[in-house]
Write a protein that binds this ligand. Structure first.
Ligand SMILES: Cc1cc2nc3c(=O)[nH]c(=O)nc-3n(C[C@H](O)[C@H](O)[C@H](O)COP(=O)(O)O)c2cc1C
Length: 189
């Protein structure tokens, strides 16, 4: 199973990127995580999208479409997801008929400096996911607060409770992906 992950933060020492890396380590045996870069994508502009999107967007869309499932690590900026992540979702959501987000199993988690560990950004993300027709895993919820205490100097997630939750989330995402894939296969048989 091929899972594609995206982090909402471009910061070198981003806790959300570290969270994704931890998810990569904790994947079930039958799954792998590819972390996609999104900072090089231009701002979404319908003019750019009219006669074939820029090459980097086409490649990004191809990788999203090829994924069995998606995993988002949502940075919270001003009570919402970061612009860079929303921009990536906007590109991936078009053209609607061929969007790689449509019908895709997905999960969200996040880390933030505030008291609520990115919960407001995650709720906004879930709202957007409805319109993009992603099928989100509901539980477990992962809101990492005080991230500076949960990762070591090398960026490894060391907090045992958070590691356990991340392991549960990636397992839930893989299980949910299998449920959807089997359902589609039997519907098409
Ligand atoms: C512009 C900006 C807005 C922020 N707004 C929030 C916020 O609304 N809630 C929150 O918990 N943290 C907020 N923060 C703190 C970030 O969550 C914190 O810097 C976090 O570590 C960023 O994620 P990263 O480590 O993946 O880069 C904000 C930070 C910035 C730069």
């Amino acid at each position: 199973m091929h899972i594609v992950g995206m982090s909402g933060s471009l910061r070198k020492a981003s806790f959300n990127r570290m969270l994704l890396q931890a998810a990569g380590e904790l994947m079930p045996k039958n799954a792998e995580l590819e972390i996609l870069e999104i900072g090089h994508l231009p701002f979404y502009n319908e003019d750019l999208d009219r006669d074939g999107a820029p090459a980097q967007v086409q490649e990004f869309r191809r990788r999203v479409a090829a994924a069995d499932a998606l995993l988002f690590a949502v940075t919270e900026y001003n009570y919402s997801m970061s612009a860079v992540l929303k921009n990536a979702v906007d590109w991936a959501s078009r053209p609607v008929a061929t969007s790689g987000l449509k019908g895709k199993p997905a999960a969200v988690m996040g880390a933030s400096g505030g008291q609520f560990g990115s919960v407001r950004a995650q709720l906004h993300f879930r709202h957007v996911a409805v319109f993009c027709d992603m099928h989100m895993v509901n539980k477990p919820e992962i809101m990492v607060r005080e991230p500076g205490k949960k990762f070591d100097a090398e960026g490894r997630l060391t907090d045992p409770d958070t590691r356990a939750l991340v392991g549960e989330l990636v397992q839930a995402l893989c299980d949910w992906t299998q449920v959807l894939q089997r359902g589609r296969a039997s519907a098409n048989a």
